[in-house]
Write a protein that binds this ligand. Structure first.
Ligand code: FAD
Length: 488
């Protein structure tokens, strides 16, 4: 059996480990933290359970696929339910919109709340579906860096239709074309944040994202988001994958243009192939620092995606007007993105996202209480005075939620924990604390993500949100698939 060594037990590292075990490799995973999941982890505080990072689960088929590949019934490990209301939107003018999963219901809701014709929603959805059809096969499911990708007829057909993907204007410009009502433009612009980008710069190709959510649906995993990690670790272990925690890899050892293994906890561990799930920036700068000639400098200098500031609050009250996912929009979205991207700071009227898993999983909070995950988008960490910015943001957020909910929120906060870009960077080795690797603000971003295999070290592979095809759980899992298909 050949030995495969995976650096990092993020969701992509776990997915890769499963796929390689199924290919017959003897797989060892080395994880720097004491726990698996990286960004997709959880913690408890005074009787409240919190998912630490991701809260929105889309494209569950990529998780199920791993169980099926292993000949298992996914439901024996992991179950989830489809959401009828994907998210509740609260606008500063008092408008509330429920984003129903059902297209007809959503079009009717939009029409009733904003006067925008239902047909605008249908035509928007058709456009998103079209972009998905053209881009999915070329940009998401395969490597962009392998000749054989370009040699099959499906890819060629997609390439011939690339002019249909709306890459020349920004997301926001396209959304203004579809909708007259600013609230709808704001609604659809928000999807840029699903990969940490700016809707006023990112190409309208990203208007594919609503299709992923609205067509394929949004889901809640039983036990919360962390159960994705836990169930895949169980599967990996059932397949013989060995997980080593508290094991930060310090170096990838190279000899004659091959990776021979890694140095971990001061020992050398040999391997036939090495897969890095560590952010590609740190993989080069830390694990391959003795080989600067290998650094792909144009890729490593790409702008990073945005980061997040999260307050995890134990709330001693139940808010019936809130659902699992809730958005409280800012009054000036353009100014908010300018603050994040141009001034690299936190806006004084940020859009606030509140996720409450105890709406679906009662045990996540004590009786009569709720576990609030309160997040705003913030710039990547370039050395801002975060302590000051966080203290200010806390005030803006409490003011906004209190005004919208008609209650002084601060009175109900029983416990608090905070995650900021510095901690995201240090806990998961994500350069600048970015959530999704490089940003997609640039039209060529898809081509400027690192490949899933080194062009110079043939047995060194890369998976995870910082490399092709990009960040977010579904794409991170696709990177695992691409790696495993590429491994000889
Ligand atoms: P990571 O989760 O970053 O894991 C990398 C792992 O490698 C870590 O465990 C780290 O400790 C380990 N590691 C790094 N270096 C070493 C080393 N040298 N040695 C050993 N181990 C090492 N996505 C969604 O789909 N939906 C969402 O709602 C969503 N919301 C998000 C909210 C937040 C706050 C955050 C932070 C992210 C969110 N994301 C969301 C993005 C999603 O979490 C990531 O894209 C995805 O989890 C990335 O997985 P990964 O495997 O690439 O890496």
């Amino acid at each position: 059996k050949s030995d495969a060594l995976v650096i990092g037990a993020g969701i992509a590292g776990i997915g890769t480990a499963i796929r390689l075990a199924l290919k017959g490799f003897n797989v060892k995973v080395f994880e720097g933290n004491a726990y698996a999941g990286g960004k997709l982890s959880e913690f408890e505080q005074h009787g409240y359970r919190f998912d630490a990072g991701p809260s929105l689960f889309t494209m569950p088929q990529y998780v199920d696929e791993l169980f099926k590949l292993a000949g298992k019934n996914p439901a024996d490990y992991f179950t989830y339910q489809k959401l009828d209301v994907v998210c509740r939107y609260f606008y500063p003018d008092g408008t509330h919109i429920n984003a129903y999963a059902d297209q007809d219901k959503f079009a009717a809701e939009v029409n009733q709340k904003t006067g925008e014709p239902k047909g605008a929603v249908y035509s928007y959805n058709r456009n998103s579906a079209r972009i998905y059809k053209v881009t999915n096969h070329v940009f998401l499911e395969q490597s962009l860096h392998r000749l054989q990708t370009y040699l099959n007829s499906k890819t060629l057909q997609s390439i011939l239709r690339l002019f249909q993907i709306d890459a020349l204007r920004s997301m926001s410009k396209a959304n203004e074309h579809f909708f007259n009502d600013e609230r709808l433009v704001q609604f659809y612009n928000r999807y840029a944040t699903y990969n940490g980008s700016n809707p006023y710069d990112a190409p309208a190709t990203l208007n594919v994202i609503p299709h992923l959510e609205q067509h394929f649906g949004a889901y809640f995993p039983k036990g919360g988001m962390y159960s994705i990690t836990a169930s895949l670790v169980n599967l990996a272990q059932d397949l013989g994958v060995q997980f080593n925690y508290n094991s930060p890899v310090d170096e990838i050892v190279l000899k004659n243009n091959k990776a021979t293994g890694v140095i971990v906890n001061s020992s050398f561990v040999a391997a036939d192939i090495v897969i890095s799930n560590m952010d590609v920036w740190f993989t080069y700068r830390k694990l391959l620092k003795q080989h600067p000639q290998l650094f792909p400098s144009n890729i490593l200098s790409q702008e990073r995606s945005s980061s997040a500031l999260i307050f995890y609050w134990g709330i001693q009250k139940k808010f019936e007007q809130l659902d699992l996912h809730n958005i409280f929009f800012s009054a000036n979205y353009k100014a908010e993105f300018d603050a994040i991207w141009k001034q690299q700071t936190i806006f004084n009227d940020p859009t606030v996202y509140v996720n409450i898993s105890s709406k679906y999983e009662e045990a996540d909070a004590p009786g009569g209480c709720e576990n609030w995950f309160v997040m705003i988008n913030v710039p990547a960490n370039t050395g801002q005075n975060w302590d000051k910015l966080i203290a200010e943001a806390r005030i803006y957020i409490i003011q906004k939620l209190s005004a919208q909910l008609g209650d002084n929120i601060e009175e109900f906060i029983a416990t608090e924990s905070i995650l900021d870009p510095r901690l995201i960077e240090s806990r998961t080795s994500s350069y600048q604390g970015s959530l999704y690797g490089t940003s997609s603000n640039n039209r060529f971003a898809a081509f400027l993500r690192h490949a899933n295999r080194s062009s110079k070290i043939s047995n060194l592979y890369f998976c995870g949100g910082s490399v092709h095809p990009g960040g977010g759980i579904p794409l991170a899992l696709l990177s695992a698939k691409i790696v495993s298909e590429w491994v000889d």
